[in-house]
Design a protein around this ligand. Structure first.
Ligand code: SF4
Length: 255
């Protein structure tokens, strides 16, 4: 089986627990205005590799992944666009080495296409972008309906989930959206961690190289207090949706 690979990182430390091998897949159907990897959007680009070839890249570093409580993360682009390849990669990594597997996804995938992949996934990093349908479309070019169908599938699967949210001033920082996001997180019931990530401009040069118009030129990264404010609104949303007697509702809401 062949996968279209954008790049790989042997010592990732931010995409899941411990030290991780991070594989970035080609292809994404969204066009987030703040995307820092627009060079992954094309499905046809990248390097063609077999599952065996990817496993051979992982093998030399296995001791680091195992000892640190890490593993293998597949990111993108959008890894679910190559769900069959990623499922086979995860299946073999578990069978051979019992390696922890994480899927870093926007959730823009019809649930039935991801079922086999989720069966071999230990942790899902779900990047939720905007709770308002129209604003989501303006920000990413697509509605979020499919993402919420995917989230329902995740909830039913009882997989471990970390929610990631990129805080983009003027686009994803309004109170209403953040409180709805908090309610959504609480209702999923399986979210172990919430990460609010500040918008940054490190990928802007790629847009320029690709000749794509970058529409957030006037948006500055959020300040530390903006992140704290966002966490407060998300926590408030969780309180609104959660059981006030449940101690989980009151701690570790946001990092
Ligand atoms: S989902 Fe990720 S890879 Fe796709 S456009 Fe958005 S930020 Fe970029």
């Amino acid at each position: 089986m062949i996968g279209h690979i954008h790049s790989m990182e042997t010592f990732g430390t931010v995409d899941g627990p411990g030290i991780r091998f991070v594989l970035f897949m080609q292809g994404c159907a969204l066009q987030c205005r703040y995307c820092h990897n627009p060079d992954t959007w094309s499905k046809t680009g990248g390097q063609s590799m077999t599952v065996q070839e990817v496993l051979a890249e992982i093998e030399p570093y296995l001791a680091y992944y195992k000892l640190s409580g890490g593993g293998l993360t597949v990111s993108g682009g959008e890894p679910t666009l190559q769900a069959a390849f990623v499922a086979e990669l995860f299946r073999q990594a578990k069978e051979r080495w019992d390696l922890h597997t994480a899927l870093d996804t926007s959730g823009y995938c019809e649930p039935e296409l991801a079922r086999d992949l989720l069966a071999h996934t230990d942790l899902v990093l779900l990047d939720v972008k905007q709770m308002d349908r129209e604003k989501h479309r303006q920000l990413t070019s697509q509605s979020h309906d499919r993402i919420f169908r995917f989230a329902q599938e995740l909830k039913a699967s009882r997989k471990s989930v970390w929610i990631r949210h990129v805080l983009v001033p003027g686009w994803t920082d309004e109170e209403q959206h953040l409180r709805l996001l908090g309610q959504f997180i609480e209702r999923m019931e399986i979210v172990e961690k919430v990460e609010v990530l500040p918008y940054h401009r490190m990928g802007v040069y790629k847009w320029k190289q690709l000749g794509l118009p970058y529409t957030l030129e006037d948006v500055e990264p959020p300040a530390e207090e903006d992140i704290e404010r966002a966490c407060r609104f998300i926590s408030r949303g969780r309180d609104e949706a959660g059981d006030p007697q449940d101690p989980k509702c009151r701690k570790n809401k946001c990092e």
